[in-house]
Design a protein around this ligand. Structure first.
Ligand SMILES: Cc1cc2nc3c(=O)[nH]c(=O)nc-3n(C[C@H](O)[C@H](O)[C@H](O)COP(=O)(O)OP(=O)(O)OC[C@H]3O[C@@H](n4cnc5c(N)ncnc54)[C@H](O)[C@@H]3O)c2cc1C
Length: 497
């Protein structure tokens, strides 16, 4: 089985590394990429499942963080997303603790109605740690099994790191500009051809060519489902700046007039970008806003990017699987793109094709991938729709969106009865949905009556104990900078100071 990967960005090298690690004997892996084209050059924030990927590849955490100039991420802070001047965190991990069989949110909702409960932030160890700039990979507290985390890293360095990893395990890298494709008699792709006439034959092709979608779209014309009616941002300007010393263990997302700005602290720099909607803002204005909101000196010229939010109609067609930006893009609001690469590669490994590709397997693969994309889409749309930024045309338009039915049903359930019920295999958990719903100003009208079994005194005691558990969990955690320095070596972390 000859697997050919087209593209050597994050998607290409994550695919190559995972296939090299897990494919059985008899599989060869070739990756073709072009230095003249380069990679998209952004993508620095991740979510906790990335740790499973690195662990599966037996990558040492300290080595990885040193190589990618990475840092830790406990949460995303959303500034001004509900309305200017307000802020909330979407923390990884649980908020509060279950009591009996009932989730915390019901007790919290009743506590709020009675004036007993504090804002949700007080009941999350991740948030207490994020706000106080603390980090540990082994934190545990009373009733709090772990403090989940992800990473910020330089995606270019991550791809380089995985390239080394893949090549050491037999991946053959071909430098070349792909110019054409040859098809077999059955219509499948038989080989890709470079501009200097080399032909690289394969049985299965992984299209990691980025937005171009060289195989999945340009050759197979699969089609794209455009989601810009729900996610209308279509541009970004990105620029790194010098570190400021405010080495936060979280990403910050600040809402602006027609979009939002990310801030991602790495060891050697802060990654910044302004995602915006070109219908409501010019690139010059978006760039000026970005440059006016940096922590330190810019380290490069701002770079502009364009995209259309949505997904490929099918991800796996014939003997081609699209992975990464070639499969679709939903903007970086919740740092899901690199995760979608991981998820596609993992799913590929679970159904790794032998000599014959089974149509039912392909159908199942596509169905699951579509569900995953749609779950994330709904979660992102929630952030935009539930805003109270009245009087700003971009945000006014978003408030009046006709929501995907799947999302409006969830919102109604929450408002009616404090219910948050993601599918079992959904990426964003109950805790994530809850925090964003509450952060964006949604309020449950009632809660499960089981929460009424407790007296007001008992309820206040329970809420107080949960808050204390979060504080106690964080108390022994070192500062993010110190923790990273101890893990990776002093010199690395000092650069960020
Ligand atoms: C503004 C923005 C911000 C983002 N932020 C985040 C984030 O914070 N977190 C996150 O998870 N994701 C983020 N992403 C997404 C993330 O950058 C991508 O998912 C990730 O980098 C994977 O990209 P890729 O490998 O699919 O494509 P690319 O990086 O574009 O790589 C494409 C590869 O294909 C090769 N190629 C293309 N054409 C040819 C050809 N003709 N011949 C040979 N080779 C060719 C290129 O040389 C390159 O190696 C962001 C994306 C954007 C646009």
């Amino acid at each position: 089985m000859r697997i050919v990967i087209v593209g050597g960005g994050t998607a290409g090298w994550m695919s190559a590394a995972a296939l090299a690690r897990f494919a059985p004997p008899g599989y060869s892996i070739t990756l073709i990429e072009s230095e003249t084209i380069g990679t998209v050059g952004v993508g620095e924030a991740t979510i906790p499942p990335i740790r499973r990927f690195n662990d599966a590849l037996e990558i040492d955490e300290a080595e990885f963080l040193r190589a990618t100039k990475g840092s830790f991420k406990l949460a995303i802070q959303f500034d001004g997303w509900h309305r200017p001047g307000e802020s909330y965190f979407h923390n990884f991990g649980e908020v509060g603790q279950q009591l009996g069989l009932l989730p915390f949110r019901h007790y919290w909702a009743r506590g709020r109605a009675l004036g007993l409960a504090k804002p949700m932030a007080h009941y999350s160890a991740n948030e207490v740690a994020a706000r106080t700039g603390r980090m540990s990979t082994t934190a545990k507290g009373p009733g709090i099994p772990e403090v989940p985390y992800a990473y910020h890293f330089d995606a270019g360095l991550y791809a380089a790191f995985l390239r080394k990893y893949g090549e050491a395990r037999g991946v053959v890298r071909v430098e070349g500009l792909l110019k054409g494709v040859t098809r077999g008699a059955d219509g499948d792709i038989a080989a890709v051809v470079t501009d200097d006439g080399r032909s690289i034959a394969g049985d299965f092709f992984v299209d990691c060519s980025g937005f171009r979608g060289l195989l999945i779209e340009q050759e197979l014309q699969t089609g794209y489902e455009d989601w810009s009616r729900w996610l209308p941002c279509d541009r970004a300007v990105a620029v790194p700046c010098a570190p400021s010393g405010n080495f936060t263990p979280y990403t910050r997302s600040t809402a602006h007039r027609a979009g939002w700005q990310w801030r991602i602290p790495l060891q050697h720099r802060i990654g910044n970008g302004h995602v915006f909607c070109s219908e409501f803002m010019s690139e010059d204005e978006a760039t000026a806003i970005l440059m006016g909101n940096l922590d330190g000196e810019p380290l490069a010229e701002p770079r502009a990017l364009q995209f259309v939010t949505g997904r490929r109609k099918q991800f796996w067609v014939r003997n081609v699987l699209a992975v990464g930006l070639s499969s679709g893009f939903m903007e970086p609001l919740e740092s899901t793109s690199i995760h979608l690469i991981q998820s596609a590669v993992t799913r590929l490994l679970t159904v790794l094709p032998g000599q014959k590709i089974e149509p039912k397997v392909v159908e199942g693969f596509n169905r699951r991938a579509i569900e995953e994309f749609e779950g994330i889409r709904d979660f992102l749309v929630l952030h935009y729709w539930a805003n109270a930024r009245v009087g700003e045309p971009f945000w006014d338009r978003l408030r009046s969106l006709e929501l995907p039915e799947t999302l409006s049903a969830r919102i109604e359930e929450f408002e009616a009865a404090c219910l948050v019920q993601p599918r079992l295999d959904e990426l964003f958990t109950e805790s994530s949905w809850l925090q964003v719903m509450v952060g964006q100003g949604l309020e449950p009208r009632s809660w499960n009556p089981i929460a009424n079994r407790y007296s007001e005194g008992e309820l206040a005691g329970f809420l107080g104990a949960v808050e204390k558990a979060a504080i106690e969990t964080v108390r022994p955690m070192p500062l993010h900078m110190d923790f990273l320095a101890a893990l990776c070596g002093q010199d690395q972390a000092e650069q960020a100071a």
